[in-house]
Design a protein around this ligand. Structure first.
Ligand code: FUC
Length: 774
């Protein structure tokens, strides 16, 4: 046993002693630092989708800041505003007459959610571990290994080397911290649990601490327990904490849960759930827990491998790499960011849990920025951009359940606010699945959040070709979303076209009729729904109606500055660098505009040039994919480098400044918001492979900064999986495989080829896309 553990400790230490002759650590999969985290955005995240921790790696005291993804302020509730629909015609009339302020004032009074604001995602607890004498440590290193999903610290105190390893296990639903001393009996210290929620209580029992509490605002009950297992020493109760003496190794198993069962049911027994998790996990020893966790994580994480080459400052700690002004010579930092996005998606979104919110699952604020909710006019969708292409389709389960739930609550909002059938989601939702327009009428009334969510269902079908998913899960949701717009689109008196409204171009320009983004999304929704109806052989007449209405929706328009118009009227300001690029939705993630319509594509590109190369974290992340769709790899790379702009958390809480990346590689809006991390991963995929126009395009936007590289495991629509490599900026070889088989058209530059695959088979092709002789 001890031998196994010593070996394990050695594995963890390997990167420390890595020299040319020894193990070569892969710094595109490891974040590491020479010092403990001082602030939250230096701490390292672990998570099993539901239970997360930020690991500070402190010496005087370790802090694990704990989250559980069902902890929200408030209670189940209905957010609709009785009588709202009555005012809709008047709001529309005022807008059509150009009386925007009057329309906004009326909508503010009569049309908004009740209450006006949604609830907030909450922190749960903190686990504190003070190990005696460790403040005098030397030779310190802290790291997060993305491939094994383990955070660790190691250091010496005197002659003894200590290793602390932390992970959050999906198979066993607990968080584990293991403390190991290389000399017997050297682990001594004190373990406590606290919570930022008011009025919690802690009870110590044998070798366990049990914290129970209620979310201060709203009263959702929750519980957290830790069991402390010491090898070779003792654990004793000291008030509300546990004292460990003379141990060689200590394993802390942490379980947490709330009473939340569903958005409309909080009748669960948090303490019973915690006791059950703890009991089951405690039947396993540390090595078993670790192995089960690693096996689970590797099965997802290892599917994709990216190599963009190494160079520059790759040997430096992550924060020092990030601090270098020109990072273009360190391509494995981009690879690290790519891998981190995949890691974070696995850690924040797994089967059965809550979809990743604005901060994934990691939040230490009682009043988090934007409530750490789900903002559905870009941010929540962005979180899932990498899920299909970067081969993590399972992470969608939590999103798809969320979509199903907002469809339930959104039916009522459709009825009460629009007197319409179907369902509607505006620009935010929360733990209670609010769908009515919130905050302010100048940006909260935006009816296309749910329609955009439908793209995720449709994409899942396109990537998997899973017809039963389409028939049973996706189509009914898409059909109902379409029904809402069939009933609510109105005829523009000026152009005679169908337009949406009241709405807004997300958070820009106030309440209007007919913003371009709405029309792109609704045209998309009608297209996918009609196509899906034909595939599942249902509702022929409805599909025909959608086709007919789609042709009547106001088209994309090119304005006087050569730009794609953001609104019905030609009123874009070329000097405007607003973070939202909503009218470019049709380029990415939509497909309303492609190079098949070159004038519109050029106008969209012009709009993006006007918006500039800056922005918040997520805005930058979006621009990477947009430049990739414009087939400009160098511009996409430039934006990616802008996203790697080093941002330090301001301890005073100021959030001013440009977007970028924190020392722990979390996306900086600022403040921290996780969407930019996912957008960066998706953007890199989009630079290397695109498949939205029917064929699979290889290296469509390869930047000159990555002349040589390889990627395997990327997925393309139609059910293909790809492995490709390139050299001197040119494709070297590609292998395409498919679990379901089919006909795939591959394109690279001027070359095109057609590949016919039997299920489970693959084809290898050379640089010219001709089959390779093997
Ligand atoms: C939208 C964006 C903000 C921020 C917030 C969570 O309101 O405009 O920049 O990302 O969502």
């Amino acid at each position: 046993m001890k031998l196994i553990r010593a070996f394990f400790a050695l594995c963890l230490l390997a990167p420390l002693f890595a020299t040319a002759a020894a193990v070569h650590p892969d710094y595109s999969k490891i974040l590491w630092y020479r010092q403990p985290a001082q602030v939250w955005t230096e701490a390292l995240p672990v998570g099993n989708g539901r239970l997360g921790a930020m690991v500070f790696g402190g010496l005087a005291e370790e802090r694990l800041q704990l989250n559980e993804d069902t902890l929200w302020t408030g209670q189940p509730r209905d957010y609709t505003h009785e009588g709202a629909a009555k005012h809709l015609p008047e709001i529309r009339r005022l807008l059509t007459e150009g009386k925007q302020k009057e329309a906004e004032a009326l909508a503010m009074e009569k049309f908004m959610s009740k209450p006006l604001r949604q609830e907030m995602y909450q922190p749960m607890a903190d686990l504190w571990i003070a190990l005696t004498g460790h403040e005098a440590a030397t030779d310190y290193r802290r790291q997060l290994d993305l491939s094994s999903a383990m955070a660790s610290v190691n250091y010496r105190v005197g002659e003894t080397r200590f290793t602390r390893t932390t992970f959050s296990s999906f198979p066993d639903q607990v968080l584990v911290q293991h403390i190991f001393a290389e000399e017997p009996g050297k682990v001594n210290g004190r373990i406590r649990l606290t919570s930022p929620q008011e009025g919690f209580t802690v009870k110590a029992e044998k070798n366990e601490l049990h914290l129970t509490g209620k979310v201060s605002n709203g009263g959702l009950p929750f519980a957290v327990s830790v069991r402390v297992i010491a090898e070779g020493g003792t654990v004793e109760i000291n008030g509300e904490s546990l004292e460990v003496s003379g141990a060689t190794a200590v394993t802390c198993i942490v379980a947490g849960a709330s009473a939340y069962k569903r958005y409309d049911d909080i009748s669960g027994d948090a303490s019973a759930r915690v006791a059950d998790y703890l009991k089951r996990a405690s039947a396993l020893n540390f090595d078993e827990l670790r192995k089960r966790h690693a096996r689970d994580h590797h099965a997802l994480f290892d599917r994709v491998r990216l190599d963009l080459g190494a160079g520059g400052s790759w040997r430096l700690p992550t924060d020092e790499r990030l601090a270098i002004a020109d990072k273009s010579g360190d391509p494995s930092l981009a690879t690290l960011l790519f891998n981190y996005g995949r890691y974070l998606l696995i850690a924040s979104s797994r089967e059965g849990d809550q979809a990743a919110n604005l901060q994934g699952i990691w939040n230490h604020h009682l009043v988090p920025p934007w409530g750490s909710k789900y903002t559905t006019n870009i941010n929540a969708q962005m979180n899932y951009w990498p899920s299909e292409v970067a081969n993590l389709t399972e992470t969608n389960e939590a999103l798809f359940r969320l979509i199903d739930e907002v469809r339930e609550t959104g039916r009522r909002t459709a009825k009460v606010h629009y007197d319409a059938p179907g369902w509607v989601l505006h620009h935010n939702t929360d733990g209670w699945r609010g769908t009515a327009p919130i905050n302010n009428s100048n940006h909260g009334i935006w009816p296309t959040g749910g329609a955009w969510f439908c793209l995720h269902l449709w994409e899942h079908y396109r990537f998997s070709r899973d017809k039963s998913f389409l028939a049973e899960v996706a189509y009914p949701v898409m059909k109902e979303a379409s029904e809402f717009f069939v009933a609510t689109l109105v005829t523009d008196p000026k152009s005679g076209k169908l337009i949406s409204g009241p709405s807004n171009s997300p958070e820009h320009g106030g309440l209007v009729m007919g913003p371009t983004m709405d029309h792109q999304i609704i045209r998309g929704l009608f297209t996918w729904t009609a196509e899906a109806a034909r595939i599942v052989k249902k509702d022929e007449a409805f599909a025909a109606k959608l086709d007919a209405m789609r042709a009547q929706i106001a088209p994309n328009q090119i304005g006087k500055h050569g730009q794609l118009q953001e609104w019905l009227e030609d009123r874009d300001d070329p000097a405007d660098v607003h973070r939202h690029v909503s009218h470019l939705w049709g380029v990415f993630p939509g497909e309303d505009i492609t190079w098949k319509t070159p004038e519109l594509m050029r106008a969209a590109r012009q709009s993006l040039l006007y918006r500039g190369d800056g922005g918040t974290g997520w805005s930058l992340g979006w621009k990477i994919s947009l430049w990739a769709r414009f087939l400009d790899g160098d511009h996409a790379h430039k934006i990616l480098m802008n996203q790697l702009n080093f941002v330090r958390e301001d301890p005073a809480g100021s959030n001013k400044g440009p977007g970028g990346t924190y020392p722990n590689l979390f996306d900086a809006h600022p403040p921290f918001q996780i969407d930019g991390n996912f957008a960066a991963t998706a953007g890199i995929c989009e630079m290397l492979v695109q498949s939205h126009t029917g064929d699979i395009v290889l290296l469509p936007a390869l930047p000159s900064a990555w002349p040589t590289g390889a990627i395997s495991g990327l997925r393309a629509r139609g059910g293909a999986e790809l492995k490709l490599s390139w050299e001197h900026g040119k494709l070297k070889e590609v292998s395409v495989s498919s679990a379901i088989g089919g006909k795939f058209i591959l394109r690279c530059g001027e070359q095109t080829t057609e590949v016919l695959l039997e299920p489970q088979k693959n084809a290898m092709l050379g640089a010219d896309l001709k089959p390779l002789k093997i």
